[in-house]
Design a protein around this ligand. Structure first.
Ligand code: SF4
Length: 439
């Protein structure tokens, strides 16, 4: 039996796709093993957003060669689509597959026989038209269910449309089918995942369905305890979606909404499709209907032309908004994007300083949010992650909690009372068993 190992860089979408490709290998009789277990085949799923994607890719290939010098190394994913030729020249790489080819890996690389030159099977990204459904079953706790791929927006800084192609989606019927399969496993939480998930519903270039209808349909699937939306553009987060999720027992009170900048001037140059007023309105609407909702924000600092005053506008905007945490990205130039051609570059040091300020703000916001939740009773999904005899999990509204390790609690949903914030910045809870006894 041939052994295959996978390494995934990047986002939830990549994880869902690796997991699905891996299941395809297992169905064909391959044994999926850890990277260190001398595999015959190494599949590396790359990301174009990752800082130093080229160096990371080279490092993993080198590691694979060290583990098994005769192993077959195939590179897939966003970076493979963007730079197939460069990757094929990395010593030890046997094949590079683009976005349109990666799901046909088994068929295209039949037998995984090494050739003197690396095989490059990467057509132009416009060929990536098919939607390949995917979901991850990496740990038993949660699954990333891919419902949409690609993006028709052209944000000035983003390479994703170049790496993943146009917006396309699965049908609601197919997704419900996958959700039912997942409901039959002991996975407790489904995270709906896509590149631009609010744009869900385009099939063969035509809008056929709407994201809100997917939300309503998947909410009816018995056997799934929790559903989370991974990230949604503010202009696509409609009142209908917010209203519906606020009444749902399965959709959790947690949204992750990219802002990128709190300055309208910068938002326009970035070619984002909203202004700060709309963002503020979305946050207020959510908080009005779900006061305990957790709201995460993506923000980019140091975009070309972002003056110190523009940055302060972002800082103050976020400081005033009832949001719960930030994901801060320092802008970095990506080849073939319009932003990379723009002048008025922000010096690296300045980018780092702005990033640091927002990271500190993020910690303050998280703490404020956690403090607002102390004393409340929430449901925690405990994970298989042990550290110093403690285990962790997230409440429905994304508060990270710690409890004394108990193997019986792994992948269990338990009601707990949030007691205090500990020195690690997570929340200690009242012993779940004790709480259970009192209910
Ligand atoms: S919405 Fe903008 S940032 Fe997001 S994937 Fe599309 S182009 Fe990239």
């Amino acid at each position: 039996m041939k052994k295959v190992a996978f390494y995934t860089l990047g986002c939830k979408l990549n994880f869902s796709e690796t997991s699905t490709i891996a299941r395809g290998f297992e169905e064909k009789g391959y044994a999926k093993v850890p990277f260190s277990d001398t595999p015959d085949i190494f599949i590396i799923n790359t990301c174009s957003v990752t800082e130093n994607a080229d160096k990371k890719c080279k490092k993993i290939v080198k590691e694979a060669q060290k583990i098994n010098p005769d192993g077959y190394v195939a590179i897939i994913g966003c970076y493979a689509q963007l730079k197939p030729k460069e990757i094929s020249e990395i010593k030890g790489v046997d094949a590079v597959l683009g976005a349109a080819e990666k799901f046909r890996l088994l068929e295209l690389l039949d037998g995984f026989v090494k050739t003197p030159e690396a095989k490059v099977l990467a057509s132009e990204v416009k060929e990536a038209k098919a939607f390949n459904n995917a979901y991850s079953i990496n740990d038993r706790t949660r699954t990333f269910l891919k419902v949409q791929d690609g993006c028709n927006y052209h944000c000035a800084f983003c390479t994703i449309p170049l790496a993943r192609g146009k917006s396309r989606s699965d049908t609601i019927d197919n997704i419900i089918q996958s959700a039912k399969e997942i409901a039959n496993t002991d996975v407790k939480e489904v995270v709906l995942t896509g590149v631009n998930i609010g744009d869900f519903g385009i099939v063969d270039g035509k809008r056929e369905e709407r994201f809100v209808d997917l939300v309503k349909s998947i909410d009816q699937v018995e056997g799934i305890d929790r559903i989370r939306i991974s990230s949604i553009e503010p202009n696509l987060l409609t009142n209908e979606i917010i209203d519906y999720t606020s009444h749902s027992n399965r959709f959790v009170p947690h949204f992750h909404i990219p802002l990128q900048s709190g300055s309208n001037k910068v938002l326009r140059v970035m070619r984002r499709r909203y202004l700060r007023e709309l963002y503020e309105d979305r946050v207020n609407k959510i908080k009005q209907l779900m006061p305990d909702c957790c709201i995460g924000v993506d923000v980019i600092v140091g975009f070309p032309g972002e003056s110190h005053d523009d940055f302060l506008e972002t800082y103050n905007f976020l400081n005033e908004l009832p949001i719960s945490y930030l994901h801060v990205f320092s802008y970095s130039e990506r080849a073939n994007t319009t932003a990379a051609e723009m002048g008025d570059v922000v010096p690296l040091k300045e980018r780092q300083e702005r990033s640091k300020m927002l990271r500190i703000l993020s910690e303050k916001k998280r703490r404020q949010f956690y403090e607002s939740q102390l004393g409340t009773t929430r449901t925690v999904l405990f994970e298989n992650d042990i550290e110093d005899d403690m285990m962790h999990g997230f409440t429905e509204n994304y508060v990270r909690v710690s409890a004394k390790y108990d193997p019986l609690l792994i992948n269990e949903l338990k009601e707990v009372t949030l007691r205090s914030i500990n020195e690690n910045g997570t929340v200690d809870v009242q012993e779940p068993e004790m709480v259970l006894e009192t209910h």
